[in-house]
Write a protein that binds this ligand. Structure first.
Ligand code: C2E
Ligand code: CA
Ligand code: CA
Ligand code: CA
Length: 275
């Protein structure tokens, strides 16, 4: 029995070791992928609830892995966050978006694109300067870009976060709270931050129109605080009808489209006409 116990422990250690090696190998691969430009922005349309017009998009990272094909964020974002590589990933996605916004502008298309900004970036004193550099390289005005941050960042409500957000707003970026309602949000602090948009998390949209208490509350909150409201994960017309009636301005979701490669998103733009 003693031996079995010892073997058990040994087996456990080996499993831990194997996991650590796999994680390290993945981190190495991500680093190499970032150097080789294998990460790519996909675009999910942001749609005007009333007119059905595509007014912009959210940029979502995808990894075109040379052997394993197209990979989704759940397979690389956690390791990016743990290793600090998330800064370089977010920087690359923003740079692609800024360049593309300039190309669209040259074609006479005015769109606003949102990008996800990891909360860990807010510890970086160079954040504003680094974003400024990216905009200058692409000659893209900050007004065309909305930065999506999560509620947890606001929970800390420290002066540094507030100052950073204020300087990003002063540069012209719009700021959205992502996945709103899923964390514990101190509503009193919501009004102290310079925000433009609340994005209601998909988990509250999926129950509409039957379970509407929380979406109703968030709609009122947006009205009172004069915030733009975006519903995430809208998949059917019943959900959209409810949102329209409540005065929600914009939505994203499979009802319009999944996130698309740039080429496919451009095709959708060409062929879409407001209903
Ligand atoms: P998120 O920012 O909340 O993005 C929305 C997620 O919901 C996306 O998953 C999108 O594909 C999915 N989605 C959109 N509409 C629907 C719908 O109607 N139904 C359903 N079931 N799902 C829908 P995705 O692309 O897998 O991204 C997952 C998460 O990874 C994102 O959640 C975001 O937190 C993170 N992420 C993605 N790209 C980046 C990035 O460039 N930087 C950072 N920091 N995080 C990123
Ligand atoms: Ca987001
Ligand atoms: Ca979200
Ligand atoms: Ca999310």
């Amino acid at each position: 029995a003693k031996d079995a116990g010892r073997n058990g422990i040994q087996f456990y250690d080996e499993a831990m070791d194997a996991r650590a090696r796999t994680r390290l190998a993945l981190e190495y691969e991500i680093r190499r992928g970032l150097e080789n430009g294998e990460f790519e922005a996909f675009y999910q349309p942001r749609v005007d609830c009333l007119t059905g017009e595509i007014i912009g998009a959210e940029a979502l990272a995808r990894w075109r892995h040379p052997e394993r094909g197209l990979l989704f964020p759940d397979s690389f974002i956690p390791v990016c966050e743990e290793s600090g590589l998330i800064r370089e990933l977010d920087r690359q996605i923003l740079a692609q978006v800024a360049r593309q916004l300039s190309r669209w502008a040259a074609q006479g298309r005015v769109l606003q694109v949102s990008v996800n900004l990891s909360a860990s970036q807010f510890g970086d004193p160079q954040l504003a300067a680094s974003l400024q550099g990216i905009l200058q390289e692409s000659a893209c005005p900050a007004q065309r870009i909305e930065l999506e941050i999560t509620e947890s960042l606001l929970l800390a409500h420290d002066q540094h976060t507030l100052d950073t957000l204020a300087s990003l707003r002063a540069m012209g970026f719009a700021v959205a709270i992502d996945d709103f309602g899923t964390g514990y949000s101190n509503l009193a602090y919501l009004q102290n931050y310079p925000l433009n948009t609340l994005k209601i998390d998909r988990s509250f949209i999926s129950g509409l129109p039957q379970s509407s208490a929380i979406p109703e509350l968030i709609t009122s909150l947006c009205r009172i605080l004069s915030l733009n409201m975006v519903a995430e994960g809208v998949e059917n017309h019943a959900q959209l009808d409810w949102l329209r009636q409540q005065g929600c301005q914009q939505y994203q979701g499979y009802l319009c489209s999944r996130p698309l490669s740039l080429a496919h998103f451009n095709e959708l733009l060409e062929h879409s006409t407001a209903p």
